[in-house]
Every structure is written in structure tokens, then in C-alpha cells.
Design a protein around this ligand. Structure first.
Ligand SMILES: [Zn+2]
Length: 431
């Protein structure tokens, strides 16, 4: 997301880290289970990539050839103008534009439930924890968390607004295992200092995978288990059973009966997306943004994170920007490249919300039509919708994204359910 708070955040000095002191403590048993089981080793190497990626056109370089920032290299990206964002806020302020004021009852929230054993299911199990945060339980035993943000506000300071209208379906301390945390980029609705600190505290062996430029942020947060990656990089992670400590009797019995005795292996692929980054306002695009592919135990997932798809001019909302007059306009070719080189994926986690006004946000945020095209380009067998239902970031009605998703599926001749679904926050699906 790069919504209105980015404008404000340019005037807010720094990011208070006091909040992490308020992070809720994990239960002792949760921490013990996670600590007792596995240690991780990571080997990074170039992955398969398209020819046009070799020159790294997404790197901005200085005269000496050093990378100083990042950019979206394709004409499918249009940068939103600061004046447009300012006018959107101004019109909202004087009442010319309304943002939805949901009660929280619009989107269902159910208590999240997790497998208490690593080998309890032969399927891939995916649980939506709100917005872009998903928890994945792989049949290999691997446990992955994407973009965890559990705070009320997705802003540097709470008075700016952007308060949750749906609550998280569980505390982070309820997650029985977290082996890998994957971050798409550094916007506040995707990267939370208190949340990553709490995960690190509950699960000290967790390994964080982040896009290029973000490693130092994690190191400053006291998180050493971090690997930063460029687009089209792969990493192999191996989780090896640790020798049990003699005083961890409970962990010993749980790990030995409910966990694989062989190492758990996974391939983590950092892949392109079309977005931006910033945390303080003056650090725009200094760190990379990405999507991710995670394969383990015969199941593969593509996590879209936060992404745009195409470029179209400002036209009235009731005109179809995929109509024949606009059909020649560019789409981001990287999704098709991902699908061809890395697909198919068993599951895609694909953003569908925060897209109005279209001409301001389309460079960075897919609308539901874009999302279904991304789903097809990536070659996902199934998908779940993310990036909606949690914070009001933009003026579209809160239930418009899932409604338009169904309309799009119907118009494309796809089943309205069972292919690219929405679910309740806290709901788990198996694949
Ligand atoms: Zn973002």
C-alpha cells in the first residue's frame, strides 16, 4: 500500500520503537515447542530468470555502478502524483469524497485454528490472518508466515488514522510454529516492528526472508536470522532436527512424536512485483519490493504481497478500462514470466483491494480484474484473495473488491467459487 499516510509520514520524524515493548508475551509452551525442534541453514543462489532480467533493470545505479535504489522497469507502472494524493485527502477533508466507515460486521472473522503437530495433514493448509497476512502449514512440516502485521494501526503513529475495522483472528502467540517469515516490502501494512519482534521472541529460530535493502532494518531490530534477496534469487532452507535439551522434557516428547525426523527442506524464490517502498517518506524506493514463491513437500505457493498490474489513463469509473479502446495498454510482463519459469503454483495469494481512484493507485495496486489476470499469468491452480477486509486504505466500499472478483470470474467463464476465493478472516482452507 502507498496510501494517504505516506503523505503524512513525510512530516513525522522517525518511527517510535516503544510499541514493541507492548507486544504480548508468548505462552511458554509455544516458545518451547518452536525452540526445541529445528535449526535452519540457508543457501542462496541465482534462480531461473528471463533474459531481460540479467541487466537488473530494476536497480537504480550511481555513476560508479552501485545500486542506490529500485524502480519498476516496465511501462505498466505509472507513478501516482503527490498532487493527486494530496487532492484526494483534501477532498475527503472537506467532504467531497467519502471513505467507507465500516462497522466491522461486513467481513466475517472467525477464531483461527492451527494444526498442533507438524505432520497432522497431507495437504497444504492456509489460514488468513487479515489483510496480506497468511499462515501456511505445508505437508512437509514447514510453517510460513507472510507479512505479519497485528497492530491496530498500519501507520507510524496512531493519530494518523487507518485503524482496523476487523480484528486479528488470533494473537501471534497462538501460532505453534513459525519457521519462515516472508516480507513483501516495507510499507506499514506489510511490515510491523512490534509484530516481527514478537515472532522473534516467541520463535528465536525463525528465519526472515526480505527483499534487497531490508536486512539492515532487521539487524537493527535485533533479528540476526535474515536473508535479503533480489528478484529471481532462490534460497534453499533446510530445517534440521535439533538435539533435545535434557531439561526440555515436554518439548522432547512433543517434537519426537509429532514432527518429521528428517530435515524439512524448502525453496524460497524472490520474484518481481510492481510496487514501491517507503517507511519515512524521504526513503522512497531505497529498498526493494517483491512477490515470493515458496515450495516445500510437493506444494508450491505464490505470494503476491502488494502489486499493480497495468497502466491506463484517468477515465470515468463506469467505463471498462479493459474495453477494446484500452486493450492495447501495457500490463506488467513479469507475472507471465513468473508463470512460465516458476509455475504452476498450487495456491496464489493475490491482492484485490485498495485500488480507487484507479488512476492514482493502479501503478501499485491491482483491482479485482487485474488480480484475475495475474492469477492466470502466474499459472495458479487456486487462489485466495488478500489485501482487503482489514483497513480502509482507499475510498472503494469495503465489500466491492470481493464482489468485483466474483463478477470478473463469471465474465471470464470461470467458476465463481472454488478457483479464486475470498474467505473469512481466520478461516483455513486446504489445497
Ligand atoms: Zn505497499
Amino acid at each position: 500500500m502507498r496510501p494517504l499516510f505516506q503523505l503524512f509520514s513525510r512530516h513525522i520524524a522517525g518511527h517510535s520503537r516503544k510499541a514493541h515493548l507492548q507486544a504480548s508475551a508468548a505462552t511458554a509452551s509455544t516458545a518451547l515447542l518452536s525452540m526445541a525442534a529445528y535449526s535452519a541453514s540457508v543457501a542462496k543462489h541465482p534462480g531461473v530468470s528471463p533474459n531481460d532480467a540479467a541487466a537488473k533493470p530494476h536497480h537504480v545505479k550511481d555513476r560508479r555502478g552501485r545500486t542506490t535504489g529500485f524502480r519498476n522497469p516496465h511501462p505498466s507502472f505509472t507513478k501516482s502524483k503527490t498532487l493527486d494524493i494530496f487532492m484526494l485527502f483534501f477532498k475527503w477533508h472537506i467532504g467531497l469524497i467519502k471513505f467507507p466507515e465500516p462497522t466491522g460486521k461486513e467481513v466475517s472473522v472467525v477464531p483461527a485454528q492451527f494444526l498442533q503437530s507438524r505432520i497432522a495433514s497431507p495437504n497444504l493448509r492456509a489460514t488468513w490472518l487479515g489483510h496480506a497476512c497468511y499462515y501456511l502449514e505445508y505437508p512437509s512440516g514447514l510453517r510460513v508466515l507472510f507479512d505479519p502485521v497485528m497492530e491496530n494501526h498500519c501507520t507510524p503513529v496512531s493519530f494518523v488514522g487507518f485503524k482496523r475495522y476487523t480484528q486479528p483472528p488470533c494473537d501471534l502467540s497462538a501460532l505453534p510454529y513459525v519457521d519462515v517469515v516472508v516480507i513483501s516490502h516495507n510499507h506499514y501494512d506489510h511490515l510491523s516492528y512490534p509484530s516481527v519482534c514478537e515472532i522473534q521472541k516467541n520463535h528465536p529460530n525463525t528465519h526472515f526472508f526480505v527483499p534487497l535493502g531490508l536486512e539492515s532494518w532487521f539487524k537493527k531490530a535485533g533479528i540476526a536470522n535474515v536473508t535479503e534477496m533480489d528478484w529471481w534469487d532462490d534460497a534453499e532452507i533446510t530445517l534440521s532436527p535439533e538435539a533435545q535439551k535434557s531439561d526440555a522434557g515436554r518439548a522432547k516428547s512433543t517434537a519426537s512424536s509429532n514432527a518429521p525426523h528428517e530435515p524439512i527442506k524448502a525453496r524460497i524464490s524472490c520474484l518481481p512485483s510492481q510496487h514501491t517502498s517507503s517507511r519515512k517518506g524521504f526513503d522512497e524506493n531505497k529498498t526493494l519490493w517483491s512477490s515470493w514463491g515458496i515450495a516445500s513437500g510437493g506444494k508450491s505457493v505464490w505470494f503476491g504481497g502488494d502489486t499493480g498490474y497495468r497502466s491506463v489513463p484517468q477515465i470515468p469509473k463506469d467505463i471498462d478500462d479493459y474495453g477494446s479502446e484500452y486493450s492495447h495498454l501495457p500490463v506488467c510482463p513479469q507475472f507471465r514470466q513468473i508463470g512460465e519459469l516458476c509455475g504452476p503454483f498450487d495456491l496464489g495469494l493475490i491482492p484485490i483491494g485498495a485500488y480507487e481512484p484507479r488512476h492514482i493507485f493502479l501503478g501499485e495496486h491491482a483491482n479485482p480484474v487485474d488480480a484475475v489476470n495475474i492469477f492466470q499469468d502466474i499459472k495458479c491452480r487456486r487462489a485466495m484473495a488478500i489485501h482487503w477486509g482489514t483497513w480502509v486504505l482507499t475510498p472503494e466500499e469495503v465489500l466491492e473488491p470481493p464482489r468485483r472478483l466474483k463478477e470478473t470470474l463469471r465474465l471470464k467463464g470461470l467458476p465463481e467459487t472454488g478457483v479464486f476465493d475470498v474467505c473469512a478472516i481466520g478461516e483455513s482452507r486446504e489445497f
